[in-house]
Design a binder for this molecule. Sequence first.
Ligand SMILES: [Zn+2]
Length: 276
Amino acid sequence: MLIDSHAHLDSHRYDDDREAMLRRAQEAGVDAILAIGIGEAPEEMHQARDLCRQFNGQPGMPRLYASAGIYPHSTTEADQAALLKLDQLLADPDVIACGEIGLDYFHEGAPHDVQRQGLIQQLEIAAARKRPILIHCRPKDGTTCAWDDLFVVLEEHWRSTGLRGIMHCFGGGWDEARRSLDLGFLISFAGNLTYPRAQPLREVAARLPLQSVLVETDAPWLAPAANRGKRNEPALVVETALTLAELLNIDAQEVAAATTLNFYRLFPGSFPVGAG
Ligand SMILES: [Zn+2]
């Protein structure tokens, strides 16, 4: 029993086999997925929520949850209409988190001050709706400026809410991990944890407390090493979980149980009725 804590199930790359892809996840032992609602632009923020409505309750399928948010490079489109749409989506019981939001200084896109402003506006909406946040943070190679700016914003606009969040597709060093834990965040690892060159990341993972980790695919991107370069999908989160289990020196069942428990502790209202 595993949870994929971050997958873009609304990607057009699943248009031909979305239902079969979800069934493969269930067969692989993935019984819940957090579908990320950023679309390719704010007008598509509702698509993840719509997938919950479409598939939940069907037998043989993982339970789907959704998020909604405006991606860092889409913050140039974070106008009043987009922010209102976000607020309305976060009121939906299927939409349990706000994200992925954050700062991306790696790719050229929205100016940094626009990204920060868009992040702060969304933190205010998420706080009012009492929704944890899913953070995307990607600095330029060899720098930590995006992390530094992120922690300034979170200290100023998030810590006092008492709400928590997830550092999605974590790629920082120990210092960033420690600061994330200090804010009460969970740290989620994607398929890049399995890549040959990711030894520094594996060393960070090995030091983390079991109660602070999650696994995710970030599908359709970042397929784990065995399928690297191909389209990723939630069934493949198993490989990342096995790598994490090895690093933490525990068996696969323990990592599955711990990451599932960590997820439902962050989203207590989502715990499936009757699950043990
Ligand atoms: Zn993502």
